[in-house]
Design a protein around this ligand. Structure first.
Ligand code: HEC
Ligand code: HEC
Ligand code: HEC
Length: 368
């Protein structure tokens, strides 16, 4: 038979209906047990790698990976990733190995991807595979921290991984039910002393109880974005929140480091105590250190500089939620410059927790 364009057109016109009909009568096997045909397998993997490579071109890579946040990322990996991908000393479960596609052992794979590509996968996930997107779209900094951790993964032994991910808790409890189990969950990242096991994690020791409690609520209800804490707050039973907040509030805060008065710290101290009225920046200590302040306003003394910097950037960009008072802080941070943020962070990292009563606070708010 001579095939001309009319035959081709007819076949092309019928094809979509044939495919829909096939799907309707259940022709296509969606079972995962038999695996894909080799050609399908090859094609899907090829398509996935190509898509990641192309979309990664638009990713802006930071000058250096945030290695200071690797512990936090490891702690999140244990809860959010290891159940599918396994971890050093923890092979993937037989159930996971029956998934199609299989979640790969990442230690064997990470070196086949660039930083930008890993970021793209971690932030957006992979459609039709079960690989989830990062729990909070707002927090690219956290996805980068995960990339920094993934880079470290191939060389990480069992002990190294357990120390990073579990710390003093020693293991991960799938569903913390008792108060002690809930507390153990927190110490994985915040440490037994509540001072944080990395400088990406805030000090919660000695922090105001009301602030801690309301922050947990803000994370659980996604009013404050953090892929790490959103997951934790949802997994720990509400009835333990009050006890946890009281426990950490009662721990001694870190001592100040008054000897470290560099030029940078001094500039930060001046801005924190006096504000800058001409630039409409209020004195931070009015809200953060005065004795009669609202109990939900947190203390900042002794917070690690990288944490403070990150939070100020988030406030400035309108991406930091919080308790019902977060809007006050977004207003304050709107006009802060990068240099001011660096100086303020340097100051608060060394500041003493119990401010002497003699701190002269001049508020930039009074004139408003
Ligand atoms: C529900 C299971 C599941 C969870 C949870 C999960 N992944 Fe995946 N992940 C997958 C699957 C399945 C693939 C394979 C996708 C493919 O081959 O197209 C994958 C692929 C990846 C890849 C690409 C590896 C490669 O070479 O194909 C990276 C990187 C990755 N995941 C990182 C993570 C990180 C980091 C987390 C935690 C934040 C995580 N995954 C959580 C299922 C999961
Ligand atoms: C996997 C690591 C990890 C675990 C586990 C963890 N945290 Fe956190 N926590 C963090 C990080 C990182 C932040 C900062 C998140 C952000 O950027 O908002 C944080 C922030 C907080 C804050 C806000 C503090 C502030 O100064 O604003 C509170 C409160 C808190 N965590 C309480 C807890 C409690 C209680 C537990 C145990 C139930 C817990 N966390 C478990 C890593 C963790
Ligand atoms: C009008 C009161 C007010 C002033 C002035 C103020 N803040 Fe805040 N700040 C807040 C409140 C309220 C929060 C808590 C937001 C939330 O999570 O609900 C906060 C939170 C913060 C946090 C996050 C703390 C944490 O543990 O996550 C940082 C960092 C911070 N402020 C820095 C500053 C700096 C630096 C200044 C001065 C330039 C300043 N603040 C001035 C009210 C204020």
């Amino acid at each position: 038979m001579h095939v001309n364009w009319k035959h081709v057109a007819v076949v092309l016109a019928i094809l979509p209906f044939a495919v829909v009909f096939g799907a309707w009568i259940g022709f296509f096997n969606v079972g995962a047990s038999s695996g894909h045909w080799k050609i399908t397998d090859w094609f899907l993997h090829f398509a996935m790698r190509s898509a990641v490579r192309t979309y990664a071109l638009a990713v802006e890579v930071p000058p250096g990976l945030p290695h200071h946040a690797v512990q936090t990322a490891a702690g999140h990996f244990a809860r959010g990733c290891a159940l599918c991908h396994g971890a050093p000393g923890e092979p993937r479960s037989p159930a996971v190995l029956r998934m199609l596609p299989q979640p790969p052992d990442l230690a064997e794979r990470v070196n086949t991807w660039s930083d930008a590509e890993l970021f793209r996968i971690v932030k957006h996930g992979v459609r039709f595979t079960g690989m989830p997107a990062w729990p909070s779209e707002q927090r690219e900094d956290e996805a980068w921290a995960m990339v920094a951790f993934l880079r470290r993964l191939p060389a990480l032994g069992v002990e190294g991984y357990r120390d990073l991910a579990y710390g003093p808790a020693g293991a991960l409890i799938d569903r913390p039910t008792t108060f002690q189990q809930a507390l153990a969950e927190c110490t994985r990242c915040h440490g037994v002393d509540g001072r944080g096991r990395s400088t990406a994690t805030p000090v919660i020791a000695g922090q105001n109880e009301a602030y801690l409690l309301q922050s947990l609520g803000a994370y659980a209800e996604d009013r404050r974005a953090s892929g790490v804490m959103n997951v934790v707050a949802k997994i720990v039973d509400r009835r333990h929140w009050q006890g946890l907040a009281a426990h950490f509030a009662a721990l001694p805060p870190p001592p100040g480091r008054p000897g470290t008065a560099t030029e940078l710290v001094e500039a930060g101290r001046k801005l924190a105590t006096e504000g800058n009225p001409s630039r409409r920046i209020p004195a931070c200590l009015v809200c953060h250190a005065s004795r009669d302040r609202n109990p939900v306003f947190p203390s900042l003394a002794g917070q690690p500089a990288p944490y403070v910097k990150q939070q100020l950037r988030l406030f400035r960009e309108g991406r930091r939620g919080g308790t019902g008072y977060g809007h006050l802080m977004r207003e304050v941070a709107r006009t802060l410059s990068d240099n001011e943020i660096v100086a303020l962070a340097a100051y608060f990292a060394t500041a003493e927790s119990r401010p002497a009563r003699s701190i002269a606070i001049r508020s930039g708010l009074e004139s408003r």
